[in-house]
Structure formats: structure tokens, C-alpha cells
Design a protein around this ligand. Structure first.
Ligand code: FE2
Length: 190
């Protein structure tokens, strides 16, 4: 289940779960929208088999992809899949667990599985457990981190303005260490 948790950024080292949380997509969309973060739920593609190829996925979501590409400057889209047995899963997870920014929007749609986006917006940290059918656009320059968990399982569409431009600039802030990770929030979400 998709879950949004809003913490004060100064949460203690115990990483207590703040009471402000919602699993209602309408509430999640409104909370994120109020902070300039675009979030959508796309209709599930029940005919799309688990483990479908990138070509099949891109074809299945062609209408939504076309809409996103007319709204924003994302001429490039691809589909990636991470599985629990990926040989580089630990290194990949660690890299994006540290707070960073990008010079372009980070735009993702979850075709399968889930991942945890954590957005550090001033005096708040928003943790969004994204699941299948969730689309999110994290604006360029937003301080954030991402947890795919110790055994990653997701397939995502990635929209790019410029594939070379999607490079992480690490802030050096260790804030991510004070907040719950994917497994903890997934347990809450059920
Ligand atoms: Fe990122």
C-alpha cells in the first residue's frame, strides 16, 4: 500500500514515526501537491505480465507516457527492473541512501514492486513509500534520498530530460540515517 509519512526534519535519533501519515492516494496527492511535488496513480495494466519486457511496458503505458512528455521536458523514457538477487544491490542501495540532489527532475513510475522516496523539504521530511501504479516527479534541486531495501524488487519507468544530467550531487548531510527505511515503513503499510 502506498504510504506517506510526514516528519519534522529535526526528528530524534530514535526515528520515531510521526503521527502524520496517510495511505489515502487523494490525501497523499494533496499533501505532496501543496509542497510542489507532483504525484499520480495510473490505472493498473492487468494484462501486463510480471517480468514483462521494457518494450511491452513502454507500449502498455504509451498514453500516460505521451501525456507526461507533453507536460514536461522529458524526451527520454526507459524501464528498469531491480530484483532481489541483483549482484550490485547493496552498492546501488547505499549510493542513493545518502541525501542528494539532481539538476533535473527525478520522474518515476512504479510498474512493479516498491521503493521509498524521502524528501527533505525545509523543516520537514516526507517519506513516500511508492508502490505499483504510483507516479512521482521530484523537482530538480530537491534534497532527497531513496531506499530500495536490502532485497530490491521494483520495475520503474524513468523519464529524463537528459540521461547524462541525471547524476547525484551529494549534500554531505547525514540526515537520512535518522529516518526509517523501506522495510520499516513497508511493515507499517502492510
Ligand atoms: Fe535521486
Amino acid at each position: 500500500m502506498t504510504l506517506l509519512v510526514i516528519h519534522p526534519a529535526e526528528a530524534g535519533p530514535e526515528g520515531a514515526i510521526a503521527p502524520q501519515r496517510s495511505a489515502d492516494p487523494a490525501v497523499i496527492g494533496a499533501e505532496l501537491g501543496a509542497r510542489g511535488i507532483r504525484f499520480e496513480r495510473w490505472p493498473a495494466r492487468t494484462a501486463l505480465a510480471a517480468g514483462a519486457s521494457a518494450e511491452e511496458i513502454l507500449a502498455a503505458y504509451a498514453p500516460e507516457i505521451a501525456r507526461v512528455q507533453t507536460l514536461g521536458t522529458y524526451p527520454t523514457v526507459d524501464a528498469i527492473r531491480l530484483t532481489p538477487d541483483h549482484p550490485d544491490r547493496t552498492a546501488l542501495r547505499q549510493k542513493f541512501l545518502a541525501e542528494h540532489t539532481h539538476s533535473e527532475d527525478e520522474v518515476r513510475f512504479f510498474v512493479e514492486g516498491r521503493g521509498l522516496f524521502c524528501l527533505h523539504l525545509g523543516d520537514e521530511v516526507l517519506q513516500l513509500l511508492c508502490e505499483q501504479d504510483d507516479w512521482i516527479s521530484v523537482p530538480a534541486g530537491t534534497h532527497h534520498w531513496f531506499d530500495m531495501g536490502p532485497e530490491p524488487h521494483f520495475c520503474a519507468l524513468r523519464f529524463f530530460a537528459n540521461t547524462e544530467g541525471w547524476v547525484a550531487q551529494f549534500t554531505g548531510d547525514r540526515i537520512a540515517e535518522r529516518f526509517p527505511r523501506l522495510d520499516e515503513l513497508a511493515a507499517l503499510a502492510g
